[in-house]
Design a binder for this molecule. Structure first.
Ligand code: ADE
Length: 247
């Protein structure tokens, strides 16, 4: 099997992965990004910081596919919880991804990706099942306490379902409510996953997305997101990906 790409939008989301790479990883600088090529927990990898948003994620995905011949791509990071069952501290593994801000009406249906004839991109079932199993193991034994997590819950949940992507950080009760009404199946929202998914789909490369819920996309989202990013993002990412890569 070829190299695995692991992408994240912010440094904290991939920091512990970079720190855990075997010594001697090569850094290739392309299009204002560093691509770290080496071995992580026994697996040949390229790890990169995409930066935030759909264009950044799409550019980074196409570079890892074309320049580093990766056979699989994983996008990891934080997300805002959307579905009422999804709480801060939970993990969401994508079954499918869609772009909630795509709207080419009346030329195409709402959310339809023009000329691809589809709304959703399906994540690779095998890679997603492996991520889900790792996440379940992590929440059972490894999750550090979170100040925002619901104290009444024994352990965070791992969900598998739809992730909604758009070029907007949702920090607003009304917008979050409108998105919940429009996309009742969406578990969480973030700003990169479905863009990477579209690029991988177009190249025929299997992919998966794993997100940790840092906030609930309401008026407190900025503070909750920042707190989670600084204190917990790196622990979750490394804690979930390590068993997957070692297996
Ligand atoms: N990623 C984490 N929280 C988010 C939010 N509230 N909106 C968009 N992306 C996010």
């Amino acid at each position: 099997m070829g190299r695995l790409a692991i992408l994240g939008a912010l440094h904290e989301e991939i920091a512990d992965l970079l720190a855990a790479m075997d010594p001697g990883a090569a850094i290739h600088r392309i299009a204002m990004r560093d691509f770290h090529v080496g071995t992580l927990w026994g697996t040949p990898c390229v790890i990169a910081l995409s930066r935030i948003g759909k264009v950044a994620a799409a550019a980074t995905a196409s570079i890892v596919i074309q320049e580093f011949q990766v056979s699989r791509v994983i996008f990891t990071g934080l997300a805002g919880g959307l579905h009422p069952r999804v709480r801060v501290g939970d993990v969401v593994v994508a079954k499918a991804l869609m772009q909630h801000d795509m709207d080419a009406r009346p030329l195409f249906g709402r959310h339809e990706i023009p000329l691809l004839g589809r709304v959703c991109f399906d994540a690779d079932p095998g890679l997603s099942a492996a991520l889900q199993a790792s996440a379940e193991e992590f929440v059972r034994i490894g999750v550090p306490p979170s100040p925002q997590a619901d104290a009444a819950r024994a352990q965070p949940a791992v969900h598998h379902g739809l992730i909604a992507t758009g070029d907007v950080f949702v920090n607003d009760n009304d917008l979050a409510h409108a998105l919940r009404e429009r996309l009742p199946d969406a578990l969480c929202l973030e700003m990169e996953g479905a863009a990477m998914a579209q690029v991988c789909h177009e190249f025929g490369i299997p992919y998966a997305v794993m997100r940790v819920v840092s906030d609930t996309a309401d008026h407190a989202a900025k503070a909750d997101f920042t707190d989670f990013l600084v204190n917990l993002a790196r622990v979750y990412t490394a804690g979930i990906l390590k068993p997957l890569l070692l297996s």
